[in-house]
Design a protein around this ligand. Sequence first.
Ligand code: ZN
Length: 277
Amino acid sequence: MKPKLVDIGVNLTDEQFSKDRDQVMERAIDAGVNTMILTGTSVNESQQALELAQQYSDYCYSTAGIHPHYAKNTTDSCYEDLKLLFQAPKVVAAGEMGLDFNRDFSPRPTQETVFQKQLQLAVESGLPAFCHERDAADRFTAIAREFRDYLGGLVVHCFTADKKALYQYLDLDLHIGITGWVCDERRGTHLHPLLKDIPANRLMIETDAPWLLPRSMDKRPKNRRNEPAYLSWVVKTIAEQTGKTYEQVARETSETARNFFNLGPDGQSRRHWEGVR
Ligand SMILES: [Zn+2]
């Protein structure tokens, strides 16, 4: 039997899943992905992610935050809404938050302010931070450094940057999320030699479904939609590139994720049933 996997980034609220979420869940469990962290990228979506985590309570948790793309729409009441969401037992991280200087959908100073504000809320709530960074490694590092001593943990999800950025993050004792980007022979091979530089207790895996369908899959679905059941392809590439077995990568990434997100054994977050804040 294959060891269980934790997918730390699933955008299950996306409308691409609106018709067959039950089946997507079933296929995930069949594939051994028995724990999923559902990503919240706005107040609205964070609310929906929480509802889905409650619905699929045995397997799912959620995050609550504002993606840098939506930073420009953020008002003070959004932070109040996030604070309330952070109190829900199923919410195990603050985010998705961060900086995206690749698309620049929000002005950079606004992205930075909204990122800082959410890191402050993460500190106050005791939740780890689930973060996004594209083409913004230096500003991201500077801001993360301001808060690092007060944060329980911070993961740079969907890491796609270079060795310099990776080492900046590891120096700050951040966690790294690896997606199917590493399965992409056109744009992901620069990550291959870096995989073995990430300590096992800092490395977690994610599909970022419905995005980033692994290009290494033998039979790719016609609709190009990624789903948690395909997480094993990420494990495979990491195993190949680090010389570890599939089982070892599975075991190590699951244990790291359970520790990072404070997951209890029964679909509950440890911070709630042990009163850890
Ligand atoms: Zn992201």
